[in-house]
Design a protein around this ligand. Structure first.
Ligand SMILES: NC(=O)c1ccc[n+]([C@@H]2O[C@H](COP(=O)([O-])OP(=O)(O)OC[C@H]3O[C@@H](n4cnc5c(N)ncnc54)[C@H](O)[C@@H]3O)[C@@H](O)[C@H]2O)c1
Ligand SMILES: O=c1ccn([C@@H]2O[C@H](COP(=O)(O)OP(=O)(O)O[C@H]3O[C@H](CO)[C@@H](O)[C@H](O)[C@H]3O)[C@@H](O)[C@H]2O)c(=O)[nH]1
Length: 430
C-alpha cells in the first residue's frame, strides 16, 4: 500500500521505516527541512537502535520524505504522528495536530478517490471524531464517512527499542467506525502482523482505541509508582527491595516487567499522558485518585534522592556528577528526564554540576547550557564530591575503580545499577 506519515519524529520516523520494511511504499511529511534532508540522505534524524539500518536500506526506494503535503495525494492512507504535548495545567495541547489536520484537509480537497486518515498520536477520547474530523471536513470540503474516513491506531513502542517493538508488537489496536476504514487498516497491518511472532489484533471503536492508549500508559506508570512506594517502605525497614520485587513478579497476576524501582518515570509519554488523562477525567467531573497518587509518588522520588545525598554531603559548593541525562537507556531523548528536576534542585542548592550521558548530552545541553559536561563517566567522577546515578545505562553497571578518582566517594544510585562497594559511601535510592 501507499502510506503517508505526517510528522517524522520518534514515532513517525520509526513507523515509516518499519512500514517500508514490511513492503509498503511510504512518504514522510514534516515541516522541518533538516529532518526531511536527513531522512532523504539515508540517515535517521533520531537515535534509535536498528533505525539507521532500515532507513539506509529503504530511503530513496520505498521510503522518502518531503515538506510538501501534496505527496499525500499519491497515497491511500495517512497517519498523523504529531506531538501532543501538555498545556501548563496538564491538558492535552492539540494545536500541532489541528494545524497538521488543516494542511492535510486542504490537500485532500484535491483528491478524487477515497482516503483514510489515522490518528497515530496519543489523544484523549473523542479527539479524532470531535476535533480532527471536523478540521479535516472544514479544510477539505468533504464529509467523513463518505469521501474519507478517520481511524485511530495507538502506538505502544518504547524509545530505545522502538523498531523491535513496532515490528513485533504484543498487540495492534485498530479503531474505526466504517467497514471501509476497518478493511484499509487491516490491509496496512496484515503484512506486519504476519511477520510478527504473536501479535493480537484488537478491532475496536475510535474512542476505545484512544482510551486503550491512556489506560496502557497510566497502568504502567502507576505500576512503577506502586513499586516505588513499596520499595521506599523496604528501604526504611532495611529490607532488600529487589528481593521483594523479584518475588512478587513471580506471581503471574503481577508479572516481572515494569517492577524497576528507583528515581521514577520520565520521558515524552508517561508524564504528559498521565497528566492529560487526569485533566480529561476532571473535565467530566471525575477525580482519578489512583493516578493522582501515582504522580505524587513519582514527583517525590527525586526529592528523596537529594535527601539521601544531603545525609552525606552539603550540596552547596559541592561538585556533583550526574550520570545519565536521557530519560531511559537506549535513547537520546531527554524530555521529562528525571535528571531535570534533580539538576534544577542541585543548582538551587548551590551545587556545581557535571553531567554525563553516552548519547543525550547535546539534547540536554539545550535545556542546561551552563552546567559542565564530561566525555565519559570516569571524567565526570574525577574530582567530584558526589555522584547521582539517574539513568540505567549498562556502562554505569560496570563502574568500579572509576569511583576512586572522586573526593571521598559518595554514590547515590537512583537505578540500583552500580556494583555496590563496601569501601565507599554507596546508597541505593530504594
Ligand atoms: N515518543 C514515543 O516513544 C511515543 C510512543 C508512542 C506514542 N507516542 C505519541 O506519538 C506522538 C508523536 O510523538 P513523537 O515523540 O514522535 O513526537 P516528535 O516531537 O518526536 O515528532 C513530531 C514531528 O512532527 C513534526 N511536525 C510538527 N508540526 C508539523 C506539521 N504541521 N506538519 C508536519 N509535521 C509537523 C515535527 O517537526 C516533528 O518532527 C505523540 O502523540 C506521542 O504521545 C510517542
Ligand atoms: O520498571 C521500570 C520501567 C520503566 N521505568 C521508567 O519509566 C519511564 C518510561 O520507560 P519506558 O516505558 O521503557 O519508555 P517509553 O519510551 O517512555 O515508553 C512508554 O511510553 C510510550 C509512549 O506512549 C509507550 O508507547 C510505551 O508502551 C511505554 O512503555 C522511564 O523513565 C524509565 O526509566 C522505571 O522507572 N521502572
Amino acid at each position: 500500500m501507499r502510506l503517508s506519515i505526517i510528522g517524522s519524529g520518534y514515532v513517525g520516523t520509526t513507523i515509516a521505516a518499519c512500514f517500508a520494511e514490511v513492503g509498503h511504499e511510504v512518504v514522510n511529511v514534516d515541516i522541518d527541512e533538516d529532518v526531511v534532508a536527513t531522512l532523504n540522505s539515508g540517515e535517521s534524524p533520531i537515535h534509535e537502535p536498528g533505525l539507521d539500518d532500515l532507513i539506509e536500506e529503504h530511503a530513496g526506494d520505498r521510503l522518502r520524505a518531503t515538506t510538501d503535503y501534496e505527496a499525500v495525494l499519491d497515497t491511500d492512507a495517512t497517519f498523523l504522528a504529531l506531538s501532543t504535548p501538555s498545556t501548563d495545567d496538564g491538558h492535552i495541547d492539540l494545536s500541532i495536530m489541528e494545524a497538521a489536520a488543516e494542511s492535510l484537509g486542504a490537500t485532500l480537497a484535491e483528491k478524487d478517490d477515497y482516503h483514510l486518515v489515522v490518528t497515530k498520536s496519543t489523544v484523549v477520547p473523542t479527539t479524532t471524531e470531535e476535533v480532527i474530523a471536523p478540521v479535516l471536513e472544514e479544510a477539505s470540503g468533504k464529509t467523513v464517512g463518505e469521501e474519507f474516513d478517520v481511524g485511530m491506531n495507538p502506538e505502544f513502542l518504547r524509545e530505545g527499542s522502538a523498531v523491535e517493538d513496532f515490528l513485533d508488537p504484543d498487540k495492534v489496536v485498530l479503531g474505526s467506525h466504517t467497514d471501509r476504514a476497518a478493511e484499509t487498516l487491516r490491509a496496512v497491518f496484515d503484512p506486519l502482523v504476519e511477520q510478527a511472532s504473536d501479535a493480537a489484533v484488537v478491532e475496536t471503536g475510535i474512542r476505545e482505541a484512544e482510551m486503550i492508549k491512556y489506560a496502557n500508559n497510566a497502568f504502567l506508570a502507576a505500576k512503577i509508582s506502586l513499586v516505588n512506594d513499596l520499595a521506599n517502605i523496604c528501604k526504611e525497614y532495611g529490607v532488600d527491595s529487589s528481593e521483594v520485587l523479584d518475588a512478587i513478579g513471580l506471581d503471574s497476576r503481577i508479572g516481572s516487567e515494569f517492577l524497576g524501582a528507583g528515581v521514577g518515570w520520565g520521558g515524552s509519554c508517561f508524564p504528559k499522558d498521565v497528566a492529560a488523562i487526569i485533566a480529561a477525567a476532571r473535565d467530566v467531573g471525575y477525580e482519578p485518585a489512583m493516578l493522582e497518587a501515582a504522580v505524587a509518588v513519582n514527583d517525590r522520588q527525586p526529592v528523596r534522592m537529594l535527601d539521601i545525598l544531603r545525609d552525606h554531603v552539603d550540596p552547596s559548593g559541592a561538585r556533583v556528577a550526574v550520570l545519565g541525562l536521557a530519560f531511559k537507556p537506549g535513547t537520546d531523548d531527554v524530555r521529562n528526564s528525571r535528571a531535570i528536576p534533580l539538576i534544577d534542585a542541585l543548582l538551587d542548592a548551590g551545587a556545581d554540576v557535571v553531567g554525563y550521558d553516552p548519547v543525550a548530552t547535546e539534547n540536554f545541553r539545550e535545556r542546561f547550557p551552563d552546567i559542565d559536561y564530561a566525555d565519559s563517566a570516569a571524567a565526570a567522577l574525577d574530582g567530584a564530591d558526589a555522584a547521582l546515578v539517574v539513568t540505567d545505562w549498562d556502562e554505569f553497571a560496570a563502574l568500579y575503580d572509576e569511583f576512586d578518582a572522586m573526593n571521598d566517594p559518595i554514590v547515590v544510585d537512583g537505578r540500583s545499577i552500580v556494583t555496590r562497594r563496601d569501601d565507599i559511601v554507596y546508597e541505593s535510592l530504594v
